[in-house]
Design a protein around this ligand. Structure first.
Ligand code: PGA
Length: 253
């Protein structure tokens, strides 16, 4: 049985006081939202707030995560954050290869792969994002795009390494648009990813790796998505900025 994983991606939002207040609101109600269920929860604030948010989350069931990192442990890389630093701040997760990074910062699969490796070396759980654009979906290229991203960003990992990773299927057309993939659309691609895991690795890996869905997940649509057999959680953007909405998503997981 895969443990569902719900992670909030706060993106480049909130000021320091708001970030701390959101963390406090989540901590106050997270145990009730989880209930007796087996569900993993994470929150990924902007990097400058990792420290203060991490202090508020400490001792709670909510794991701290970053939204990006560079693959080198240290050195002359002005403006970058290393996996070592993220560990130092108590991070458990790091989101890698988010479509906004691929789109606005020209991140390539090869870079995502390097980052994923580095995250694993430093004991972080990489949440590696893949997903097609609207034009690609309309052209019938969803499978090819996701398979190519899997190939470039993940397939160089060993079986032991990939087993630690979380994959997030995030169709670009669903991110921040309010247009959520149907549970059936999500399930199809998740199953596709599981088949890719099976052909590159083995059945143990294919059945162990968790595949989250992301893209306009909210308190209303989460239950239907999470009911699908290969949807093992959600990466939540907009709705993670409201404690009540995020907690509701956790409670239906
Ligand atoms: P959204 O973002 O929930 O606001 O669509 C999801 C994501 O980009 O991770």
């Amino acid at each position: 049985m895969r443990t569902p994983i719900i992670v909030g991606n706060w993106k480049m939002n909130l000021n320091r006081a708001e970030a701390v207040a959101l963390a406090d609101a989540l901590v106050a109600a997270i145990r009730a939202a989880i209930g007796g269920k087996n569900v993993e929860v994470g929150a990924c604030p902007p990097s400058v707030y990792l420290d203060c948010v991490g202090h508020r989350l400490a001792g709670s069931p909510i794991g701290l995560g970053a939204q990006n990192m560079y693959h080198q442990p240290s050195g002359a890389f002005t403006g970058e954050t290393s996996p070592k630093m993220l560990r130092d701040l108590g991070c458990k997760y790091v989101i890698l290869g988010h479509s906004e990074r691929r789109q606005f910062f020209a991140e390539t699969d090869a870079e995502v792969f390097k980052k994923t490796r580095a995250a694993l070396v430093h004991g972080l759980v990489p949440i590696v994002c893949v997903g097609e654009s609207l034009a690609q979906r309309q052209a019938g290229k969803t499978h090819d795009v996701v398979a190519a991203q899997f190939q470039g960003s993940l397939s160089g990992l060993s079986a032991e390494e990939i087993a630690v990773c979380v994959i997030a299927y995030e169709p670009v057309w669903a991110i921040g648009t309010g247009v959520v993939a149907t549970p059936q659309q999500a399930q199809e691609v998740h199953l596709d990813l599981r088949k890719l895991l099976l052909s590159r690795y083995n059945s143990r890996v294919a059945s162990a790796v968790r595949i989250q869905y992301g893209g306009s997940v909210n308190a209303q649509n989460a239950a239907d998505l999470l009911q699908k057999p290969d949807v093992d959680g959600a990466l939540v953007g907009g709705a993670s900025l409201k404690a009540a909405d995020f907690l509701k998503i956790v409670s239906v997981a």
